[in-house]
Design a protein around this ligand. Structure first.
Ligand code: PRP
Ligand code: URA
Length: 208
């Protein structure tokens, strides 16, 4: 059974509205992506394993908690780059592994162009960052690659996901957890999310 969580939160709804608005300038767009990534990241990491530790405060001895898993942050180039900094703020000891894909404009099929995952030493948890999950083709490729690397706990963080994309990931990868800001109903003929926000990479990097 797939695990899809929508971060149903008024602050998410506020920043999503800014992202969707075609008048939003790239600097504001990037800031909204960062804030949304932080909010989704908090929910996506809510059940990470911890171990207890004893510490001394200036007042007394007490028990605290430390994260007890190795974590990889995996941004999908380009648009996923916009989500890295807030996740690293939350998880400063995580490693960052980049995977580069673009969608063929005619077929909407993903084409890989960059992959620097090491041959071994898979982390316990991988947090895949991509603001848009449309057909699900890019996530399909990335999840297969991370499984081949050996990651067991794969979590995909997307700001907007289409219902079609969610259904595809849920069907093909029932163990992958999806954490999204919102689910949009459909795709258009060019496989863009409707209502969506347009091309996330172009809006982050101000490219035509
Ligand atoms: C976008 C987006 C995802 C992908 C989603 O990337 O950031 O990676 O499309 O679509 P899918 O679910 O149908 O595969 P794009 O190919 O536009 O590349 P970019 O990030 O370099 O702009
Ligand atoms: N990639 C985007 O950036 N936007 C979409 O709507 C679909 C894929």
């Amino acid at each position: 059974m797939s695990q899809v969580s929508v971060v149903d939160h008024p602050v998410v709804a506020h920043h999503l509205t800014l992202l969707r608005d075609e008048r939003t300038r790239p600097s504001e767009f990037r800031a909204a992506v960062r804030r949304l990534a932080m909010l989704i990241g908090v929910y996506a990491t809510a059940d990470l394993k911890t171990r207890s530790v004893s510490i001394q405060t200036p007042i007394t001895e007490t028990e605290g908690a430390c994260l007890d898993v190795s974590i990889s942050i995996v941004p999908i180039l380009r648009a996923g780059l916009g989500m890295v900094d807030p996740l690293l703020d939350l998880l400063p000891d995580a490693s960052v592994w980049h995977l580069g894909l673009y969608r063929n404009e005619e077929t909407a099929e993903p084409v890989g162009y960059y992959d620097k995952l090491p041959c071994n030493g898979a982390s316990d948890v991988a947090l895949v960052l991509d603001p848009m999950l449309a057909t699900g083709g890019s996530i399909d490729l990335v999840v297969r690659r991370l499984q081949e690397w050996g990651v067991r706990d794969i979590r995909v963080l997307s700001i907007i996901a289409s219902q079609v994309g969610i259904d595809r990931v849920a069907r093909d990868f029932p163990d992958v957890k999806l954490h999204v800001g919102v689910i949009d109903p459909s795709l258009n003929e060019q496989s863009y999310i409707v209502p969506g926000l347009g091309d996330a990479g172009d809006r982050i990097f101000d490219t035509p």
